[in-house]
Ligand binder design. Structure first.
Ligand SMILES: [Mn+2]
Length: 362
């Protein structure tokens, strides 16, 4: 990650203000996406202790050097033996009495250990304190996400020239992933979905050994991880001339996608944007065949807040990055989904995904 130190100290300042609001004097952060966000350290093991005055990163021998260079705002402490002892020592030396912990990522076993071994007066749930800061992306994050999207767009262009009848879905997935890595991606942001023919009726049909044949509809849903940030896109294409039913479904999904995307604007709730797509699809009689939410936030995690679904109560704000991905799935026939990534930007949604959404028949 290109560590601009001022970005991380700015995030620490915001996080500390939230701690003060909740009257918590120290936070223990163990979830990888959260410690990346707050410190800049991208290794696979770290424990942050953040108080009003201190920022400590505890890690093991493997990561001391990396942590020191990636997280200059932090005092890096190496532990050997018991991590709980190391955390407890830091809590004591920093005078932490009311400790906040990440309740959604703490197993019951760990919680019991915290209770038994950490000498603090209170253990308080942080209630998504770091995750809530992550919802709005800053300029640096949006820049990285744009590159992650561009890599996925390039892979789509690449794979269009490669797909042939006789290939398996797994081979197509491998082409997408190989291309993305060649363009600088660390890997795929989730298990690549290549669902062809009748399998396209499975919204999450991960690539299988099925051989792709002429006449198949093919749903490609995939993304890249670039500098720890994810992208996510879906296109549905046809190998040979599609049936009238599938063509009709394609055009309905496209209309729903475009109409909803135009409404991905600041001030609307996730569920209001979801309703735009849902109403288009229901209006054509396919309401029962769109069984998932319209979209989700994307960032360090592939699925994060805000949710664009019937339950999405969060109001859109500038800097949120979301997907818009309606679909129609008909058992025995196949399915169509079209997905772009969008940055909320006043009343002018910034559509990141550039691949064409015109019907592609190869
Ligand atoms: Mn998605």
């Amino acid at each position: 990650m290109e560590n601009n130190p001022s970005i991380f100290s700015g995030r620490l300042t915001k996080f500390r203000a939230k701690l003060r609001e909740k009257d918590i004097d120290g936070a223990l952060i163990t979830k990888r996406e959260n410690y990346i966000y707050l410190s800049g350290f991208i290794g696979t093991s770290a424990f942050l202790v953040i108080t009003q005055e201190a920022a400590v990163l505890i890690t093991d021998f493997r990561y001391v050097e990396q942590a020191s260079s990636q997280a200059p705002d932090y005092e890096v402490i190496k532990y050997q033996g018991s991590i709980l002892t190391a955390i407890n020592d830091v809590l004591k030396s920093k005078g932490v009495d009311r400790l906040g912990f990440e309740e959604s990522y703490t197993t019951y076993d760990k919680y019991k250990e915290y209770k038994a071994k950490l000498e603090v007066r209170e253990l308080n749930p942080l209630q998504g304190m770091a995750e809530n800061l992550r919802i709005i992306k800053d300029e640096q994050e949006i820049g990285i996400i744009k590159t992650a999207v561009k890599i996925a767009d390039g892979a789509f262009q690449h794979v269009l020239g490669v797909i042939r009848p006789g290939m398996t879905e797994s081979e197509v997935a491998a082409e997408l992933e190989y291309y993305m890595k060649k363009q600088g991606a660390k890997g795929a942001s989730f298990e690549t979905i290549v669902a062809s023919g009748e399998r396209a009726s499975m919204p999450h049909g991960v690539a299988s050994e099925k051989v792709i044949q002429t006449g198949d509809v093919i749903t490609l849903d995939y993304g890249a991880i670039y500098k720890e940030y994810c992208s996510d896109m879906t296109r549905t294409i046809f190998l040979g001339k599609p049936s009238e039913d599938l063509k009709k479904i394609y055009n309905i999904v496209l209309e729903a996608q475009q109409r909803a995307e135009e409404k991905a604007v600041a001030g609307l709730k996730g569920k209001e944007i979801d309703a735009v797509a849902r109403n288009v699809i229901a209006g054509h009689g396919y309401g029962d065949y769109f069984g998932h939410g319209l979209g989700h936030g994307v960032g360090l995690e592939i699925h994060e807040e805000p949710r664009l679904s019937m339950m999405g109560d969060l109001v859109m704000e500038d800097g949120m990055v979301v997907t818009v991905e309606p679909g129609i799935y008909v058992n025995g026939l196949g399915g169509v989904r079209i997905e772009d990534m969008v940055v909320i930007h006043g009343d002018q949604p910034m559509i990141l995904t550039q691949s064409t959404k015109e019907m592609i028949i190869i």
